[in-house]
Design a protein around this ligand. Sequence first.
Ligand code: NAP
Ligand code: GLV
Length: 309
Amino acid sequence: MKVLLKTDRYLIGRWKDAVYQHVPGLEIVTFPFVGDPSDIEVVIAWEPPQGLLASMPNLKLVISTGAGVDHILKDKTFPRDVPLVRMVDPGLTQGMVEYVVMAALLCSRRMHRAFSAQARKMWEPETVPLAPEVTVGIMGMGVLGRACAGALLGMGYNVIGWSRTPKKFDEVQTFDGIEGLEKFLTRTQILVCLLPLTAETEGILGRGTFNRLPPGAAVINAGRGAHMIEADLLRALDMGKIEVAVLDVFNEEPLPVDNPLWDHPRVFITPHTASVTTPESAIVSVADAIDELRKGLPLSNLVNVELGY
Ligand code: NAP
Ligand code: GLV
């Protein structure tokens, strides 16, 4: 079985080693490859170029190295009859839990004020709310959202969640669909976006959403940049509607040097590193998918291409 690896260039060697070590009997080629596209049966991919997957007539499986698959489905020539599985990996989940807990603490402990005072060498004590006085609202109660909810509850935060379909959790009040969004937002003091990017969720972090949050709310976006309307966020920050934002993903990545978010005193920026897939742990999920394909078993973590996640 011939497998094409198209991952970030700096990770390609580690992916190759991991696949060779954990999945016997594969011939691996890396992108860009010279050869016959009809030989390729499996592609392991991050941001495959437009048309690449459609050029492989014998493709049997596409494995996304990311949890999100928008980087694959944005290619309108994607062969929709080929199964697409996405990354679900304990390492990826742990990374996101650490990021969201860190970001929630930055916001509720009002660290932007402490950093600003430090930059001015000013001693400006203030009391901050403790976690049980703060409600974190998580948009997207999937693999990552649920894990973050558990960790935040453990810290003492009140946690509520929003998803597409109804959910039931012991300690997390949940809301669903457009009908549930308003109630969810009006109760949320720290909004965490862990949604997949789909036609329905694009631009969801915009003026309408910010206006429904209580004054002085915080926004953490670790979903995708296109969830956020950046001009609306800047306006909401400047009007005091939003007190602070922690952003990992952007409409354009790398974030252009002239983007005003860089200089905003109440915006924390990370370069799409909230959680990065590491080949050494993610290979388990890749090996399982190839094993399931070979045995003709139902595929785990199969993406619903119609829904886009
Ligand atoms: P997941 O398990 O597929 O969960 C997605 C959640 O979003 C589900 O709860 C789903 O609702 C909800 N959802 C989808 N469409 C919705 C809609 N229209 N309205 C309301 N809720 C909706 O995905 P995951 O593994 O948790 O990953 C989530 C996203 O995190 C990824 O797609 C990716 O974009 C992002 N991510 C970012 C990084 C980073 O480093 N920044 C790393 C990894 C992942 P249902 O439960 O009802 O289906
Ligand atoms: C990273 O952004 C991912 O989708 O895993």
